[in-house]
Design a protein around this ligand. Structure first.
Ligand code: NDP
Length: 448
């Protein structure tokens, strides 16, 4: 190993890259990381973390409204976007500092510049300096995909959404996936008129249909508009600075902002992959084997740049498995089954395992248990929003194949329920567990 400058050179200090680097260093490797933007990556700097803080902030709109029914006189209500924005960005700075410190504490050397792979064991930094490493790890993540049409440059993405000067009066969100539904809830609660448009007639593909339908119903009830089967034709900037959006199958729409939330594409450009022989698939993602190894034996890749499952905890696990396998003498392969996930919409949804449609396709017949209820808090608050929990079981054995839910705290409840599904528990195991009353999660052990 002494022939190389480092044992590991990681490109990209996001969730996967930081975990891999710090664990490899803890296993005794000499590690360096190149990061051209900010240490922490999308999740910490302009994704999950600041988004969740905005979701908390947005929820106060309903909480303060509901408070009246619980006897509180909250007086005049005013929302100060800049205050929330700056507090959130301040906390992002704090986390960025902690991530940097983690690398420092583990003696990981950080280069704040772009890196290009110029050989199976060689990296050239933006400064022109060359470094060598026994292994190279690509953890460059992904970036928002923006569909092209005349005027698409007037739109923004989630990257910019955290930095706005003001909450738009009217916003069109393109896409109907995770980011679209999360920001629809955020902007709506902050008082914007929100319209979601999607190219297909579905939202949140991959989630259970009944749960998606419930979110659509509740969103419509709250006043969010939807335009399905809509493709951009052009976006025209008006004299007053607003945007006039022309789309197929619908009337033009005048808005202040267009937010593109139309998927994310792997960051592979300019890495030198073609020159060194690293293969990418038809979606432009780096191809890897079960150990995150690319077509070049000394080069590995983890996280969104491999487009396996675009979720932070998965990237972290991939980074950990890589470091344990290559530097920790502990070969680890990731099990991608039963990965729970959540959408922090208003209300949130969460799921683990097979949807009803997937289970029907795989198993032929399945037994589905549902609970469709109005949470106690919503009853007192006169809020006409019902939750829906759904458990899908194998017919003869009762083994739980999937759980899906929409309602307050669904992601918190799902994290624990996912342990049971992952462990292969049955409906009978849930039935044998005594309820905690009164809770929403008790519905899971009372399903009939
Ligand atoms: P999603 O994949 O969730 O949704 C993409 C949406 O954009 C879909 O509605 C899709 O339509 C549409 N779309 C895709 N490509 C095009 C295109 N070329 N033109 C027009 N529309 C298009 O992506 P997001 O951008 O919302 O999020 C990216 C990823 O980040 C997610 O997949 C998720 O893995 C991760 N993420 C996770 C979060 C969480 O865990 N809570 C939060 C935010 C992001 P159609 O349905 O027709 O395909």
């Amino acid at each position: 190993m002494a022939d190389y400058d480092y044992d590991l050179f990681t490109i990209g200090a996001g969730s996967g890259g930081v975990r891999a680097s710090r664990v490899a260093a803890a296993h005794g490797a000499r590690v360096a990381v190149a990061e051209e933007y900010r240490v922490g990556g999308t999740c910490v700097i302009r994704g999950c973390v600041p988004k969740k803080m905005l979701v908390y902030g947005a929820h106060f709109a309903e909480d303060l409204e509901d408070a009246k029914h619980f006897g509180w006189d909250v007086g005049e209500r005013k929302f100060d976007w800049k205050k929330l924005r700056d507090n959130v960005l301040g906390d992002v700075d704090r986390l960025n500092g902690l991530y940097k410190q983690t690398l420092e504490n583990n003696n990981v050397e950080v280069f704040h510049e772009r890196a290009t792979i110029t050989g199976p064991n060689e990296i050239t930094l933006g400064s022109g300096e060359k470094k060598t490493a026994k292994y190279i790890l690509i953890a460059t993540g992904a970036r928002p995909h923006v569909p092209t049409c005349p005027g698409h440059e007037y739109g923004i993405t989630s990257n910019e959404a955290f930095h706005l000067d003001a909450i738009p009066r009217r916003v069109l969100i393109a896409g109907a996936g995770y980011i679209a539904n999360e920001f629809a809830g955020i902007f709506h609660q902050f008082g914007a008129k929100v319209t979601l448009m999607n190219r297909s007639d579905q939202m949140l593909r991959g989630y259970d249909e009944s749960v998606r339908d419930r979110l659509l119903q509740i969103s419509l009830m709250k006043g969010i508009d939807f335009r399905f089967n809509a493709n951009f034709e052009k976006i025209e900037k008006q004299e007053d600075g607003s945007l006039l959006v022309f789309m197929s199958n619908h009337e033009p729409l005048n808005v202040d902002y267009v937010l593109f939330a139309t998927g994310r594409v792997p960051n592979v450009e300019g890495l030198g992959l073609e020159d060194v022989g690293v293969s990418v698939n038809e979606r432009g993602a780096i191809q890897v084997d079960g150990n995150s190894r690319t077509s070049v034996p000394s080069i590995y890749a983890v996280g969104d740049v491999t487009d396996r499952v675009q979720l932070t905890p998965v990237a972290i696990r991939e980074g950990q498995a890589f470091a344990d396998t290559v530097f920790g003498n502990k070969p680890t392969t990731l099990d991608y089954s039963c990965i729970p996930s959540a959408v922090f919409s208003h209300p949130p949804i969460a799921g683990v395992g097979l949807t009803e449609a997937q289970a029907m396709q795989q198993y032929g017949t399945v037994k589905v248990y549902t609970s469709d209820f109005r949470p106690m808090k919503n009853v007192v608050a006169h809020r006409n929003e019902r939750s829906l929990y759904k458990m899908i079981c194998d017919e003869p054995t009762g083994k739980i194949l999937g759980i899906h839910m929409i309602g307050p705290d669904a992601p918190e409840i799902m994290q624990v329920a996912a342990v049971a599904v992952k462990a292969g528990l049955t409906k009978a195991d849930f039935d044998a567990t005594v309820a905690i009353h009164p809770t929403m999660s008790e519905e899971l052990v009372l399903l009939k």
